[in-house]
Ligand binder design. Structure first.
Ligand code: DCM
Length: 138
């Protein structure tokens, strides 16, 4: 049986910028940047998983807005689905509480200045138009 497990990633948007998070663990991923998120639990809606993961990892109250079409393979059996998301009014600012050691809000012009995880690159490329910019480097 090949059961796929969805990992939800957030294209967290604010003022035309995208939040990138640098992983601190596990060792093989540390130092690379990702769209924050994590595994959807059994019976959990992906939007709810995204809100939960962003609360756990970044200490924010966020809202999933819409799914970016596409599905990107991770280490089996995981696959990455990405949703745009916003911070709710009154949310704390994101902080690297677990899994990450640095956060950065990227404008379209500096989106490729961080070493994204290879598997996140196509997802970031797909998210880029949601920042409201052309993507000459994508
Ligand atoms: N993952 C990834 N890209 C993301 C989010 C997660 O490649 N944007 C991977 C890292 C882990 C797995 O998905 O192997 C589960 O993530 P986590 O450990 O954050 O639950």
């Amino acid at each position: 049986m090949t059961e796929r497990i969805v990992v939800v990633g957030a294209a967290l948007l604010d003022g035309g910028r995208l939040l990138a998070a640098r992983r601190s663990a596990p060792p093989e991923l540390a130092g690379r940047w990702e769209l924050p998120g994590g595994k959807v639990e059994p019976g959990e809606r992906p939007e709810a998983a995204l809100v939960r993961e962003l609360r756990e990892e970044l200490g924010v109250e966020a809202e999933a807005v819409e799914r970016i079409p596409g599905s990107w393979p991770l280490r089996p059996p995981y696959e990455l689905h990405v949703w745009t998301a916003h911070l709710r009014p009154g949310s704390a600012a994101p902080a690297p509480l677990e899994d990450h050691d640095e956060l950065r809000w990227l404008t379209p012009s500096d989106i490729w200045t961080v070493p994204w995880l290879d598997q996140d690159v196509p997802a970031v490329r797909a998210a880029l138009p949601r920042l409201g910019a052309a993507s000459p480097d994508a």
